[in-house]
Design a protein around this ligand. Structure first.
Ligand code: OMP
Length: 240
């Protein structure tokens, strides 16, 4: 896959106008993420706009609820015809199974391809200290992320979201076609911000990530187009 097709740019802005401005500046980007901030503001309108421009869509709503509720949310999301959708692994196996079945059934009913359903293993903003002291989870961080990914795989999900620092271990253990999506990726020249477990794009791909989510280094740059190009150039040598 071309380097630029592996990068997903999140439209983490508060309204449609700002999202359109970013999409226009980033003409070469083929895959965008619509997350909680933008979707809460615009609703599905933004998905139609992206589709009209032939963009791929990662709808990152991070569902986390009881089985009946996530199944209903997945039925609604299935109708949008997006490419990727997220749910927290900590929703539990019953909810993961209910979500996955609901997506398949509803997509077949309305005649669209179901999105790949991917599980959040552990948010990339959580440190090992926070995992132990705030969340009270008595496992090493990589061990916990792997357990969540394997649980997602066993319940029939299509992949997982993990930090680049855990991706090599997940790649080794999970099936080859289990999609691994890594946010918290920072080009060599970018600030880390609130991302606690980051690697560079090149390191993340070399470690086995299928897709990288790279936001602020590109979207908050003075020249987003130039930042996008520099990011792609960093990747070319490993995945060109
Ligand atoms: O699901 C995600 O995309 C996600 C999961 C996670 O564990 N960490 C994480 O940062 N993200 C998203 O990835 C993007 C990262 O943005 P930047 O930190 O600006 O590159 C944001 O849209 C986050 O919502």
């Amino acid at each position: 896959m071309n380097a630029n097709k592996r990068i997903i740019v999140p439209l983490d802005v508060s309204d449609e106008e700002s999202a359109i401005a970013l999409i226009n500046k980033l003409e070469q980007v083929t895959f965008f993420k619509v997350g909680l901030e933008l979707f809460t503001s615009t609703g599905p309108k933004i998905l139609d706009l992206l589709k009209s421009r032939q963009k791929r869509i990662f709808l990152d709503l991070k569902f986390h609820d009881i089985p009946n509720t996530v199944a209903g949310a997945c039925r609604s999301a299935a109708r949008y015809g997006v490419d990727l959708l997220t749910i927290h692994a900590t929703s539990g196996t019953d909810a993961l199974k209910a979500a996955s079945s609901a997506l398949q059934e509803e997509a077949a009913k309305v005649g669209v391809n179901p999105p790949k359903l991917i599980a959040i293993t552990l948010l990339t903003s959580i440190s090992s200290r926070q995992l132990a002291f705030d969340l009270k989870i008595p496992l090493e961080l990589p061990e916990y992320a792997l357990a969540m990914a394997l649980m997602a795989q066993e319940t029939g999900l299509d992949g997982a979201v993990c930090s680049p620092q855990e991706v090599a271990q997940l790649r080794q253990t999970c099936k080859d076609d289990f999609l691994l999506v890594c946010p918290g990726v920072r080009p060599t020249w970018a600030d880390k911000g609130d991302q606690k477990r980051s690697l560079t794009p090149k390191q993340a791909i070399a470690s086995g990530a299928d897709y990288l989510v790279i936001g602020r280094p590109i979207t908050a740059a003075a020249d987003p187009q130039l930042a996008w190009q520099r990011t792609c150039e960093e990747l070319i040598t490993v995945s060109g």
